[in-house]
Design a protein around this ligand. Sequence first.
Ligand code: FDA
Length: 395
Amino acid sequence: MEPVHDAIILGGGAAGLFCAARAGQRGRNVVVLEKASEVGRKILISGGGRCNFTNIHTAPDRYISANPHFAKSALARYTPRDFLDLVEAHGIPWHEKTLGQLFCDGSARQIVAMLLAECAKGGAVVRTGQEVGAVDHADGVFTVATQQGPVRGRALVIATGGPSIPKMGATGFAYDLARRFGLKVVEPRPALVPLTLGGEDVLFRELSGVAAPVAASAGTGSSKARFREAALFTHRGLSGPAILQVSSYWKHGEPVTIDFLPDADADWLLDAKRAQPRAAVRTVLRGPLPERLADALAGRLGLDGAMAAQTDKVLRGAQERLRAWPFHPNGTEGFAKAEVTVGGIATAGLSSQTMAARGVPGLYAIGEAVDVTGWLGGYNFQWAWASAAAAAAAL
Ligand code: FDA
């Protein structure tokens, strides 16, 4: 029988590989058990194949969790600069795309190769194609059944991610395992996901393919958020970065509000009436908005004819509506299209310093499996790196 490892890490994704590398380099004897035939498959498809590996604007308020304070400690102790130093030490060329998002110039494969090189440097063993069966815990030792026989470790790190993109093999495995050890799970929901439209809103589907710079808002109370980015109409509803961002805050039954004129002055339409009285309303709307969208919105507002033919009251009302157009999504495109999962292993049962389970010595949970979800734009990988580093320092 093989010796008892210091730690078994379940899942060879972003968090699992990084945790293995850091723990290995601290002299720990660690083994990663990855179910798939290759590691880091979500890294490989991320950022359109270029991996948006971090965001320089990382801050705790860019993460969603039942406990918004939980991520603070780990994020503060392992920063985007720390990860960038590693990327640069491996000679991987990178660039900032927009909004602080850092991407590889070349390929996401370079990030996976870097993580594997770091694992090798620490002597961490990475095994792929490992179908994990029962997990037992007795006398301070975790035993994980695999087809190749039992693997034993004094610590067990759950790094198997969330259920987004099931066709890549993603499941709720982490949650089942956590529950088995008495941890609670915050209801998982698809996040960073397109929204679907029904009812009255269905008419907007005719705009499929149209994109516009907007400000989209969703959520209530302290979990309300507003994002100024592009929205995209699709044949099923709404997508684009602004919508993906608000989807993480949206709940069934609530509206998503879109400001189609985020840059317009308060009296923009009234000023336009004075400046271009003979212009058709839709022509004026085509200034800030794409043509098909301008025409559809003018039609829905009943604004036919010239600007001069509209009363000031009507124009004021129209501007108000364009600044806060309510959509009523009837759902999301689900885990099949969700980049991440909101919810997951409840942070109440974990230490924010070490990611260790409070009631089970030696058990840890990191990465997307935990109820910490970042905005779009590299924030989720930064959480994977930071939570992995926090756990590795304690292993
Ligand atoms: P991750 O999912 O990476 O790894 C979990 C690993 O565990 C997988 O390798 C899986 O096969 C394995 N596993 C699962 N069950 C197992 C079991 N029972 N036994 C053994 N192994 C098991 N984020 C970002 O910051 N920037 C970006 O550019 C993108 N882009 C992006 C694109 C797309 C299409 C998706 C779907 C997601 C992104 N993300 C992203 C999100 C990012 O991929 C995600 O947050 C991290 O991969 C989470 O890292 P983890 O290591 O926690 O899980």
